[in-house]
Design a protein around this ligand. Sequence first.
Ligand code: RNT
Ligand code: ZN
Length: 424
Amino acid sequence: MDENHIKAAYELAKDAYGAYGVDVEAAIARLSQIPISIHCWQGDDVGGFETAGAALSCGGIQSTGNYPGKARTIEELRQDFEKALSLIPGRHRFALHGSYLDNGGVFVDRDQIEPRHFQSWIDWAKHIGIGLDFNSTFFSHPKAADGFTLSHPDPAIREFWIAHAIACRKIGAEMGRQLGSTTVTNIWIPDGYKDIPADRLGPRQRLLESLDKILAERIDPKIHLDAVEGKLFGIGAESYTVGSHEFYLGYAVSRQVLLTLDAGHFHPTESMADKISATLLFCPGLMLHVSRPVRWDSDHVIVLDDELQAIAREIVRSGQLEKIHIGLDFFDASINRVAAWVIGTRNILKALLIALLEPTHKLKEVERQFDYTQRLAMLEELKTLPWAAVWDYYCLQKGVPAGMDWFGEVKCYEAGVLAKRASA
Ligand code: RNT
Ligand code: ZN
């Protein structure tokens, strides 16, 4: 895109927003301070590096598609992610999973992982100047094959997964300490029943006890925070999910840990956006898994739809950005995976920009005066203000391609790097 055109359009946009009392420069300055925790698992279809060529199995989550060129090694995943980062404005984070360890080719089971297995990730993150977040991995493992982990009826299996989660907290804390940037370690388990259970309480009691054991040791919140993620259902767990939203809401509030809200983990008519203000009043903070469910928890790449904009608006309107950790959770294997990262991350940033350009103060004022007519009129007029001109200018300012220009770079990378992998 032509630089002069971008600048000229930006000046006009500033005027348009100025008429609503919006300070556009302040909005982009704030946007540049918001890190997005970009998930590693879009890069390799949730495969991880425990064993060569491992694929996602069980856990009720599903990656579909076979677009060529997926990252097969840690080096390839880092290279792909760095390519994506070069096309996304701002400074962001990388969210790893326990199964993405660097074991030097020797298998290390989940209960045995240590910070040293993630040292190369920490070194890399330091080198490229990003923070890390973490997730314990309770799927794609023989001890999760029954569909139960932390709530398994067998105490030996529970102990194995408790040891894994404790190990992950230690790793997360080490990431936060070495990088000087708080790491959030998230817990999501797949536990549940396909068909109507006889006992709904027992597994939840066991999960509660397991979580208390995992979180027994206090870790300095400046370097590390714990988060728990509930869910409505999964494939093969259609009738009952042990870690439901209510379960984890109660847990997060009573234990004062972060609650993770995943946009795909609720009934389709529920909006995750509305849950932000409600839960933020009771939890020390939130971790968001911004995702796009299509008819089910399908984890499609996020698009700039109404729901994404509603989520971003609620984040910004809360005025508590420091308590909301914005993470992404989608994995599409049917399109170029670097492009998927770029499209999804640029979309959440665009949604945040639109939210930051909102004259919220004014809207709240007319609302308090019960002037619902003006509220609706303003909300509708705001939709067609030239935010895209501000976005292009922001990209220009951050030295990343504006408009579709990034796409050519991804195609070039595909031809030069990804295609060679496919034929190798
Ligand atoms: C699954 C959860 C969970 C996973 C990732 C890979 O339904 O959303 O967050 O998607 O941990
Ligand atoms: Zn999630």
